[in-house]
Write a protein that binds this ligand. Structure first.
Ligand code: PLP
Length: 377
């Protein structure tokens, strides 16, 4: 597996407050550059929206959305109505910005969605009918299930809504579908889903179409249609896992050294004593753990960086603490209060994910609220 961290953060890191233990740095300039790269890739005939669900993949929906608006993005997707309301309230000064809700309207929530100008993605016949009963003249999107079998109308459901005239009553801004295997370009599902999507879209003449998220954009122009919906790539995750990362790095995670220890050969480290020092070692314990979103599965596997040196996590990750082997590093680097990089230009969220048996998406969305957040603009 290649290292997938992308280019360096675009600005020097500011000093965190003296009380901060773990610090999450979000490079808003890099997010804007990533959006522009994707928008240029799909070209002027295709809109580039942005998906900022799960609080902007854990990075803060409001600040990342502001940065994307400045870059030129005008359409945003969230997952839930609650996320949509929070974002609409944060953007009260921008009535020109469209916010779509992927989960669609819960029964009884249509009024609340209208009050906040949220655009529902209508996923199943009940949602279509509930929306039509209350707000036929307000914009909506339709989701079609082209093969992911998660959300969206099936072909027979779409046919029925076409036959009984329901579809004609909707004011559709887009028909969307979602790919199952877009990070595996050779997977036959990609072409299958494209074929199903186009067959279903024949019931919706003139409605703009949208199929691709981050990785789908890199499957080529056949997958772009009228709008693309990237999320992950905007935050620097690699949309092309088998090739070098085309995106700029966005996320940094640093934590302070609390204590430096000299241990003798044969010393055990951490819960379960899963690491035994093979000789005299110098260790540093830092102030983040699995409660901050460091996967517990990354014990004895994850890497970190200090003063340009790559160092190893030793022993299990604790709730609030992680121990590193800093043997041989210069004394001036290994001091209580110094920051160690857990996610950075040399070891990205995708790398930590690989060493923690997960994906970069899960790393970002699980970064804890306890981390001090620092935005670079
Ligand atoms: C999350 C999501 C996206 C964005 O996916 P990325 O892989 O993060 O780019 C797009 N569309 C739908 C329907 C989603 O659920």
């Amino acid at each position: 597996m290649p290292i997938t961290s992308g280019a360096a953060l675009s600005s020097p890191l500011p000093d965190p407050p003296p009380g901060a233990a773990g610090v999450l740095t979000v490079d808003l300039t890099a997010i804007a550059a990533n959006w522009r790269l994707l928008a240029a890739k799909v070209g002027p005939g295709c809109r580039c929206a942005a998906v900022v669900k799960a609080d902007g993949y854990g990075l803060g929906a409001a600040p990342v959305t502001r940065a994307l608006i400045e870059a030129g993005c005008r359409r945003f997707f969230v997952a839930t109505i609650g996320e949509g309301i929070a974002l609409a309230e944060a953007l009260a000064d921008r009535p020109d910005i469209a916010i779509a809700v992927l989960d669609g309207p819960n029964p009884g929530a249509v009024g609340e969605m209208l009050a906040h100008r949220l655009i529902p993605v209508l996923n199943e016949p009940g949602q279509v009918k509930a929306w039509l009963a209350v707000a036929p003249d307000r914009p909506a999107m339709l989701q079609l299930d082209s093969g992911l079998s998660r959300l969206g109308l099936s072909a027979p459901e779409l046919q029925a809504l076409s036959d009984d005239g329901t579809l004609k009553g909707l004011r559709l801004e887009a028909a969307i579908s979602h790919l199952a295997c877009s990070d595996t370009p050779a997977h036959p599902m990609n072409a299958d889903q494209r074929r199903h999507f186009e067959a279903m879209a024949r019931h919706l003449p003139g409605v703009p179409l949208s199929l691709a998220a981050s990785s789908g954009i890199f499957l080529g122009p056949d997958f772009h249609y009228d709008m693309v919906r990237p999320g992950a790539a905007l935050w620097g995750l690699n949309p092309t896992p088998d090739a070098p990362n085309p995106m700029q790095a966005v996320v940094g995670l640093r934590a302070r050294i609390i204590q430096v220890l000299e241990v003798a050969s044969g010393s055990r480290v951490g819960y379960g004593a899963t690491y035994t020092a093979p000789g005299p070692r110098r260790l540093a314990t830092i102030a983040v753990g699995y409660a901050d979103g460091i996967p517990r599965a990354a014990g004895n596997r994850a890497k970190a960086h200090l003063g340009g040196h790559r160092i190893a996590v030793v022993g299990r990750i604790s709730m609030d603490l992680t121990t590193l082997d800093v043997t041989g590093l210069p004394d001036e680097d290994v001091q209580p209060g110094r920051f160690v990089d857990l996610i950075g230009p040399d070891y990205g969220a995708d790398d930590l994910a690989r060493d923690g048996d997960t994906i970069g998406y899960e790393i970002l969305t699980r970064l804890s609220r306890r981390l001090h957040r620092s935005y670079l603009a």
